[in-house]
Design a protein around this ligand. Structure first.
Ligand code: NAD
Length: 310
């Protein structure tokens, strides 16, 4: 496993990191013993960064991850969780709720601090509340020793420049924007580097769209994206390889991204994903797949308030 600095935080993060939303049952039920083994396989194979949120499985992912990490020396892993999103349509970035949320997360995770705390899916609310209330509250949380660094997450890339032009952040978590079919995050990287912000790329499998498996009901991809991706998956299968393999190799090949979070729900997925990092990419296949995916290139879906998507 290779490790890279996360922006200017001084943290050294594994290039492949562990997205814990599947532990909340977001992509289908995960047995408790399988969840425990998955987390331990990740740790044993060198993954040192774990991301979770109260929203995932409505607190279940945090509780499960906390149980899995219980007894593991705290200096063996880095942990990020989030505040502000508590349901499909439940958001609260007020100072009081942010403070309460941090306490609840620390309890479920069974730790006295997290390394990174992110304002979760901020495009759903007026950004001034995040900038003027939530982030300053999280700086107090850092002052209390309950977190070390602060950042934001969300889908529209516009939110990152909007917030970073008004306040400093240690890291951002962008998702579904550096994948086989959408590389729009690349255009923002020079700005993020210039601001010294750690870059976390999440969902290199486009939240399962590129996993060549049935999608969960909540997945927002329109039919055209699903159909086009299915053609790409078929093409890979015909050649005896797999679309998720190519997708993970593609995302991880970008050295400008500090870490790529993949949601993992079985020890086998962890082992496969790590093995793929050292397997040569089939350049001809990559070109063929990108040609198949060209009709949906950089296609996304709206998320949150219209003014945060413009
Ligand atoms: P993802 O693109 O990482 O895909 C996860 C799905 O792919 C799961 O169903 C998983 O079981 C499957 N998968 C993993 N490895 C596989 C393999 N080798 N073969 C086939 N299938 C495989 O999506 P994600 O989990 O949504 O994103 C990763 C993490 O990033 C999340 O768990 C979360 O921690 C974070 N995230 C944060 C936000 C946010 O803050 N707004 C949004 C999305 C993701």
């Amino acid at each position: 496993m290779k490790y890279r600095p996360l922006g200017h935080t001084g943290l050294s993060v594994s290039e492949l990191s562990f997205g814990a939303s599947p532990l909340g049952g977001v992509f289908g039920a995960v047995e408790e013993n399988v969840a425990m083994e998955t987390v331990h396989t990740a740790l044993d194979l060198g993954i040192n960064f774990f991301d979770v949120a109260p929203f995932y499985g409505l607190t279940r992912a945090e509780t499960t991850l906390g149980r899995a990490l219980r007894g593991v020396p705290r200096d063996r892993y880095l942990l990020s969780t989030k505040v502000g999103r508590y349901g499909m349509a439940e958001f609260d970035f007020s100072a009081e709720r942010v403070m309460q949320s941090v306490e609840e997360s620390l309890g479920r995770l069974q730790v006295d601090h997290v390394d990174l705390i992110l304002c979760h899916d901020i495009e759903y609310v007026a950004l001034n509340q995040v900038i003027d209330e939530a982030i300053p509250t999280l700086r107090k949380v850092i002052g209390q020793g309950k977190a070390r660094f602060v950042g934001i997450s969300g889908l529209p890339l516009k939110i990152y420049s909007d917030v970073l032009n008004q306040t400093a952040l240690d890291a951002i978590l962008s998702y579904c924007h550096y994948t086989l079919n959408d590389t729009t995050l690349a255009g923002l990287i020079p700005f993020l580097k210039q601001k010294g912000v750690g870059i976390i790329n999440a969902s290199s499998l486009a939240m399962g769209l590129l996993a060549d498996r049935p999608l969960p009901e909540w997945h927002p991809a329109p039919d055209i994206m699903r159909q086009t991706v299915e053609q790409a998956a078929m093409h890979c299968r015909k050649l005896g390889t797999s679309l998720p393999q190519l997708a993970i190799q593609f995302a991880l090949a970008n050295q400008e991204i500090d870490t790529t979070l993949v949601g993992m729900s079985t020890p086998q997925e962890v082992r496969d994903n790590i093995a793929w990092l050292t397997t040569p990419v089939h350049a001809e296949l990559l070109a063929e797949i990108q040609a198949i995916l060209s009709p949906i290139r950089d296609m996304t879906w709206p998320s949150g308030l219209p003014e945060n998507n413009a």
